[in-house]
Write a protein that binds this ligand. Sequence first.
Ligand code: HEC
Length: 228
Amino acid sequence: MSKSRKFMAVALTACVLGAPALAGQRTDTKSGPRYHIGRAPTADEIRGWDIDVRPDGQGLPEGKGTVAQGEKLFMDNCASCHGEFGEGSGRWPVLAGGKGSLTSDNPVKTVGSYWPYASTLFDYIRHAMPYGNTGSLSVDEYYALVAYVLHLNDVITDQNFELTNRNLATIKMPNEQGFVMDDRATSEKSFWQKDPCMKDCIAPVKITGRAVAIDVTPEDGKKSRGVE
Ligand code: HEC
């Protein structure tokens, strides 16, 4: 092993072990030890990653696209998995329909039946789709695709509607009211105890019925273990 390689091996071991022993290394009390690896990202690099969008539209890039433009893009880039009408091809996810099904025995969670904000659709598709080819489309194409997926869900009904960074946050999703703020800090406060019971908390269990009496055991002629 050459001298410089030997030094690299020592340096790497020190990094792996998190040993703050390398010459010149200082321990910053605020942010922990520093290893002198990498560099601060440039403003451009941060901009490239900082693409999240909030429900009020903050973070949306400038751009626009119509439902009709989105339809063509969807056929070319999305329909092979999600179906031409968002019905899902094979076992790929369904993107449309399911309205009113959330309280049924078979809830179908789609953009239209479940998602509370249209901004999430832009954020999600731009981050993650087309599956396996993320980031391959332009900002305008993403606006058009979002418009088309909203059209498939009857949220946008006009084929000529142009979705932009200015009007996206004004679109109301059907299930927005189905989401509530987490209020457990007040609504469940009465259950909170300073010294919660940690041992033998339930009084001796009393058997009030048997499964066999309500006919839920399999009728294969054998007795289920533990149930008479
Ligand atoms: C190769 C198959 C494939 C293609 C092509 C594809 N998707 Fe997807 N899509 C998926 C899979 C798989 C998921 C679920 C991913 C997950 O849950 O991690 C998904 C999830 C989604 C979701 C979220 C569904 C939900 O309710 O959770 C949306 C919206 C979506 N895709 C839109 C698109 C759009 C728009 C395109 C075209 C630009 C596209 N997809 C192309 C496979 C695909």
